[in-house]
Design a binder for this molecule. Structure first.
Ligand code: FPP
Ligand code: MG
Length: 337
């Protein structure tokens, strides 16, 4: 972790909208590639798997892959960056469709989830289909090392998701267990989206490690913010209902922080035990979080992770793609939805 003085002295990054604008054209190609991959001869599977694609989304993982590729001297609008980025978005969509089945979620990106529209069985199959189509492209463009890294990171995501299931309603879990879950569930994949660009470009271990470190820091910060937006965001902007995590027993950093405080902790614990997990008492729960300054605590920590990620960029050659990655790191932890 970085010390406060160094954090204060760091220059602000560029305007993040310039980072997104930089990759607008290659990203349009990624969208078309994903669409073409999903249109593989089965009309229903195409419609159901493209449902989430058509709901929008930030396209964070392919964006980070494209910018990382450019930072390694590759063409972000060419091969293999575009098909790789498309495969990464398909894998991400597969995990979301499955996650929504697991959570019984009603909405994603402001639209009904696949399983709400077509049933849980379809949700499971569509997730499998997205996953299979992603690996079909990877098999075409990537070598064995990339396939090994991809399967390892999917294994991590599966472990992270299982760890979350095991942790539901567990008031004795620690913040360290939460961080490990976030690493497995989200940050490892984001780190891999960045690192794989260096692997594909043959940029060498030092650059691979730098991009992995960047993605890990950004990924940790991103998920911590995702978790606190569950309490703070406007549900319409977020595209999903608020405090959904806590209501379904998922304890995230603000809650674990409040529980860990010597005075407030025991009182907050009793409140959670006695109130059926926020079904009726969301206001008292939010008051406890405010008393613990838990939202600010979590934001600060997310920012520190993002700053730690930015440090990794020092090992990359300077240039506009590195500046864009730098700009995104802070923007991703300062977002409001
Ligand atoms: C969303 O997080 C979920 C994940 C980041 C990981 C989901 C992983 C799996 C379902 C296992 C692996 C599956 C496949 C097909 C490879 P969240 O629940 O915090 O976010 P949310 O609030 O947007 O649902
Ligand atoms: Mg979820």
């Amino acid at each position: 972790m970085l010390d406060e003085a160094r954090l204060r002295d760091r220059p602000r990054a560029l305007d993040p909208s310039r980072a997104w604008a930089r990759i607008a054209d290659p990203m349009a190609k990624v969208e078309r590639t994903v669409d073409a991959i999903l249109d593989a001869g089965d009309e229903f599977l195409y419609e159901a798997s493209a449902h989430l694609l058509r709901s929008g989304g930030k396209r964070l993982r392919p964006a980070l892959h494209l910018l990382s590729a450019e930072a390694c001297g590759a063409d972000p609008a060419g091969e293999p960056a575009v098909p790789m980025a498309a495969a990464l978005e398909c894998i991400h969509m597969a995990t979301l469709v499955h996650d929504d089945v697991i959570d019984g979620a009603e909405e994603r990106r402001g639209r009904p989830t696949v399983h709400r529209k077509w049933g849980a069985h379809t949700g499971v199959i569509v997730g499998d289909y997205l996953f299979a189509r992603a690996f079909a492209i990877l098999a075409d463009v990537a070598g064995r090392r990339v396939l090994r890294l991809m399967s390892a990171v999917v294994f991590e995501m599966a472990q992270g998701e299982m760890a979350e299931q095991r942790s539901l309603y567990d008031l004795d879990q620690t913040k360290e267990q939460y961080f490990e879950r976030v690493r497995q569930k989200t940050a490892a994949f984001i780190a891999e989206c960045c690192r794989l660009a260096a692997v594909m470009a043959g940029a060498g271990r030092a650059v691979e490690d730098a991009l992995w470190r960047y993605g890990m820091g950004v990924g940790m910060g991103y998920q911590i913010v995702d978790d606190l937006l569950d309490f703070t965001a406007d549900p319409q902007a977020l595209g999903k209902p608020v405090a959904k995590d806590l209501r379904s027993g998922v304890l995230t950093l603000p809650v674990l922080h409040a529980l860990s405080l010597p005075e407030l902790g025991p009182r907050f614990r009793r409140l959670l035990e006695e109130t059926a997990w926020g079904q009726a008492e969301m206001e008292s729960i939010v008051e406890c979080l405010a008393e613990a300054d838990a939202i600010r605590f979590s934001y600060d920590l997310a920012r520190r992770y993002a700053e730690e990620g930015r440090e990794g960029l020092a090992a990359l050659p300077p240039g506009p793609a590195r500046d864009a990655l730098d700009a995104l790191a802070l923007a991703l932890v300062e977002r409001e939805f």
